[in-house]
Design a binder for this molecule. Structure first.
Ligand SMILES: [Ca+2]
Length: 188
């Protein structure tokens, strides 16, 4: 690990790509966590523009994706947005559609029918893949909401800026059936 930025590091403008992941299915690939979409597609008539981790998967091998940032760069913070995936049951979706503004019902739905979202996560970084020397950068929780447009973007600032090329996002705990992510962006 460099103590200071190597020459040219701040001029890196490459786009991150997924180099390894476990996904719920090909419909919800980790690459979708690299796109900043208006809202996740779990509502009636929506598409799938976010990542889902496998059923009841968690931890280093069970629910993760790994990114190559494209070049060595300084990372000071990571911006993320959670999901609020439901199961696509049209009856549930219609109930949600008509009653979501009722506070008591919303709480009921929140307790049992929010099928997938990340709860706690860990983010690791490293300078090179071989040999790997992962460093824990962030351990925290991601907020979510039943109303997709209310799911906040959260900026997690690192205690100290790091110079890395690879990132690994790991779901530690999840809501009901599994985790996922709508968006991840490294800053600056
Ligand atoms: Ca996305």
């Amino acid at each position: 690990m460099f103590d200071s930025a190597p020459p040219g590091v701040t001029s890196c403008s490459s786009s991150p790509v997924v180099v390894s992941s476990v996904d719920y299915s090909g419909t919800y690939p980790a690459a979708q966590a690299l796109t900043d979409d208006e809202c996740d597609g779990s509502t009636v008539g929506g598409g799938q523009n976010y990542w889902l981790s496998p059923n009841h998967g968690s931890g280093w091998h069970g629910a993760y994706f790994e990114l190559d940032l494209g070049c060595v760069r300084i990372v000071e913070a990571v911006k993320m947005r959670n999901i609020n995936h439901r199961d696509g049951n049209r009856f549930v979706d219609l109930l949600f559609f008509y009653y979501t503004t009722l506070r008591t019902y919303t709480r009921y739905v929140a307790s049992g029918l929010l099928f997938r979202a990340t709860d706690s996560f860990r983010l690791f970084g490293q300078l090179s893949r071989f040999p790997g020397t992962w460093q824990l950068l962030i351990t925290d929780t991601l907020p979510t909401s039943l109303v997709c447009s209310d799911i906040p973007y959260v900026i997690f600032r690192l205690e100290k800026a790091v110079t890395i090329r690879y990132l690994r996002f790991v779901v530690v705990t999840y809501r009901v059936n599994g985790g996922g992510l709508q968006y991840l962006q490294v800053l600056p």
